[in-house]
Ligand binder design. Structure first.
Ligand SMILES: [Zn+2]
Length: 404
């Protein structure tokens, strides 16, 4: 999708501006990926050398890109370029049903600071918002920065999102009339982008994790709720109304328990946090610890959850044929106790050909995967629109003091 210089000359002013933005984004993506010289960029994009030189010059001037090292190819030295990973920083927040995790990263995804704490997000929306703001203030002041250092804030929420950025009131009834993205935007004066937690877990796997080398995979988050993020052709698939991936509300047992969504026998009603905690009478963390210590009731609960998950995964494989199923979320800390019955159920129920071409793996990014995915949402936007990475003098004095 690159347009060569002869076409550029035929465009009018507005068209040229859009074209330049498009070409700049293409160049910036390559430089971010690393180890490109101006000549490499021209070759890869099909843009003329002079167009590339002009775009790179502009990015160097505003400090988004820097020259790193010189290599010699065929006797001629060429300078490699890289993105200045600290020109702006990224904040990612995972708002779980019962916890908040916040990360501050540079543009290469390195964690500079992290926070995580249990918060009754469902029951206390104002407290939850206040804790998110405090996390951001603390992390910025740790690095002696204010919010003008941020390209933006990404926010992962534990429910499907429709176009209007309104939270699902079936899942978060007390969040009626509360717009967390608007509130954070007003507080910090930077762009705030929001998506569903499973979609952002999938995005993190695509950029940094077990999905880096495949274009089609499913990420399933097993926590309080059960949700899936679908990557199709390297893009998050959201469906026509933004609620694709609600694997937690596919039926596993027609006569199963009633689910919070009002349906019966949903996967989530059988393997979600509440269902498991009810079965064993402890919290999920103790359940996993007790199972690892050999407690039979705990082992049985995790084994059953693995089998139900395997049925759902088999259905997903038959429907979508993803190259990989990546499992994340608190329940995956049970490791093989969960994975062994899960893969067994998959092998029993999925078509042989789909099992052959797919692998079920655990997320390697760790407990901050979803928050990192939220930061990645901002990174993705910033590489497409580098104005998010340039200094904004008007906002340099944005509020940086800790809340009282
Ligand atoms: Zn349900």
């Amino acid at each position: 999708m690159f347009v060569n210089s002869p076409n550029e000359q035929r465009r009018n002013g507005r068209g040229q501006g859009m074209l330049r933005a498009h070409n700049t984004a293409a160049v910036l993506h390559l430089i971010w990926a690393g180890n490109y010289s101006r000549a490499d960029i021209a070759r890869t994009t099909g843009l003329s050398r002079s167009t590339v030189t002009g775009i790179v010059g502009g990015l160097l001037q505003i400090g988004v890109v820097k020259e790193s090292s010189t290599q010699s190819s065929g006797g001629r030295p060429s300078t490699l370029l890289r993105v200045n990973e600290r020109v702006r920083l990224l904040v990612g927040i995972e708002m779980g049903a019962s916890h908040i995790s916040t990360v501050l990263t540079d543009l290469q995804g390195n964690f500079l600071s992290t926070r995580s704490e249990p918060v009754d997000v469902q029951g206390q929306p104002q407290l939850a918002l206040q804790r998110m703001e405090t996390h951001i203030h603390e992390m910025l002041s740790e690095l002696k920065l204010n919010s003008s250092a941020l390209a933006g804030i990404g926010l992962a929420v534990p429910c499907p999102l429709t176009e209007s950025d309104v939270l699902d009131l079936n899942i978060l009834p007390l969040w009626r009339d509360i717009r967390p993205a608007d509130q954070l935007r007003a507080r910090f004066g930077v762009p705030v982008m929001m998506d569903n937690d499973a979609n952002l877990g999938a995005l993190a796997e695509l950029w940094w994790g077990a999905g880096r080398d495949v274009g089609d995979f499913s990420y399933i988050k097993l926590a309080t709720g059960v949700g899936a993020g679908q990557i199709i052709n390297g893009q998050v698939y959201r469906g026509s109304g933004g609620i694709a991936g609600e694997i937690g509300h596919t039926a596993i047992d027609a006569n199963g328990p009633l689910c919070r969504c009002g349906l019966r026998g949903c996967l989530e009603a059988m393997v979600g946090r509440e269902a498991l905690e009810r079965q064993v009478g402890t919290d999920l963390e103790s359940l996993i610890k007790n199972a690892n210590a050999g407690d039979l009731a705990s082992i049985r609960a995790i084994k059953n959850a693995g089998t139900y998950m395997g049925i759902a995964v088999a259905n997903l494989l038959n429907l979508m044929n993803p190259a990989r199923i990546i499992l994340g979320g608190a329940l995956t800390r049970a490791g093989d106790l969960l994975l062994t019955p899960l893969t067994q159920a998959v092998e029993e129920r999925a078509l042989f050909s789909t099992v052959e071409s797919s692998r079920v793996v655990l997320s390697q990014i760790g407990p901050q995967a979803v928050a990192k995915g939220a930061a990645t949402l901002v990174l993705q936007a910033a590489l497409n629109d580098h104005s998010l990475l340039t200094p904004m003098p008007a906002l340099a004095g944005a509020q940086s003091e800790a809340p009282q």
